[in-house]
Design a protein around this ligand. Structure first.
Ligand code: CA
Ligand code: CA
Ligand code: CA
Length: 215
C-alpha cells in the first residue's frame, strides 16, 4: 500500500515539473507573401505584386544579373522585447531570382544582428530551387547563438548575393534578386502559474486517494 502511494506521488511530481512551462511562439512578418515556393514568373509580375509593401519588399529588383551590382539588402524586425526564455527560432525568406542553381555559392554574406550565418543559408539555398526567375521560400533554423538577439525585440538581417546568376544565354557575371517577404518565428517557454498547474494536474484527487490509504 505504501509503495503504491509513493509511486503515485512520484508520478504526480514528474507531471508537475513537466508542466511548469507552456510553449508559445512570437511570429513577426515584414513584407507580404505573394508567391508560393517554386513559382516562376517574369520580373514584371513579381515587382508589381510587391507594390505598397515596406522596403526592401516593395517591388524592387536589387542589382542586375547582367551588369551588376550583386543583390544586397537589409531589413529589421521590431517587436516588444521577449521576457520569457527563447528556446528556438527560424527565419523564413521568400526570394526571387537568387539563382542558387548556378555554379558555386550564391550567398556572399548573411547575418542576424551581426552573427555570421552565411554558410548555413548558403547550404539551404544550394539544397533547393534557385532557377532563373524562380521564387523560393526557405526556412532557416536559427542557432542558439542568436537567441539573445531574438529576445531583444530588434533583429537586423543583412543579405548579399554573389554571381554567377542565370540568364537566357547561360550564366551571368553578377546576380540581382528581389524579396517577397520574411518571417521570424521565435519559440519561447512561458512559466505557468503554480496554482493553475496544481488544479490542472488533479492535486485534489491525489490528496483524497492519499488520505484514504492513510486512514
Ligand atoms: Ca549554386
Ligand atoms: Ca539573379
Ligand atoms: Ca511581397
Amino acid at each position: 500500500m505504501k509503495k503504491s502511494l509513493s509511486s503515485k506521488i512520484i508520478v504526480f511530481f514528474a507531471l508537475w515539473v513537466g508542466s511548469q512551462f507552456a510553449f508559445a511562439n512570437t511570429i513577426v512578418t515584414v513584407g507580404e507573401q505573394d508567391f508560393a515556393d517554386g513559382s516562376t514568373m517574369n520580373t514584371g509580375p513579381f515587382l508589381a505584386a510587391g507594390t505598397g509593401e515596406s522596403a526592401p519588399f516593395d517591388g524592387v529588383f536589387v542589382g542586375s544579373d547582367v551588369s551588376g551590382p550583386n543583390f544586397s539588402a537589409s531589413w529589421t524586425f521590431s517587436y516588444g522585447a521577449i521576457a520569457d526564455t527563447v528556446t528556438g527560432g527560424s527565419l523564413i525568406l521568400g526570394i526571387y531570382d537568387h539563382e542558387s542553381a548556378a555554379t558555386g555559392n550564391q550567398v556572399a554574406s548573411f547575418s542576424v544582428n551581426g552573427i555570421d550565418l552565411t554558410s548555413a543559408l548558403n547550404t539551404l539555398f544550394e539544397s533547393h530551387g534557385g532557377g532563373s526567375r524562380e521564387d523560393n521560400v526557405y526556412t532557416l533554423t536559427l542557432p542558439a547563438t542568436t537567441f539573445s538577439a531574438l529576445g531583444s525585440g530588434t533583429v537586423n538581417i543583412s543579405l548579399s548575393l554573389a554571381g554567377p546568376g542565370l540568364g537566357l544565354f547561360g550564366e551571368t557575371p553578377s546576380n540581382g534578386a528581389g524579396l517577397d517577404f520574411s518571417t521570424l518565428d521565435i519559440a519561447t517557454a512561458v512559466p505557468e502559474p503554480l496554482t493553475s498547474t496544481l488544479l490542472l494536474m488533479g492535486l485534489p484527487a491525489i490528496l483524497v486517494a492519499a488520505r484514504r490509504k492513510m486512514v
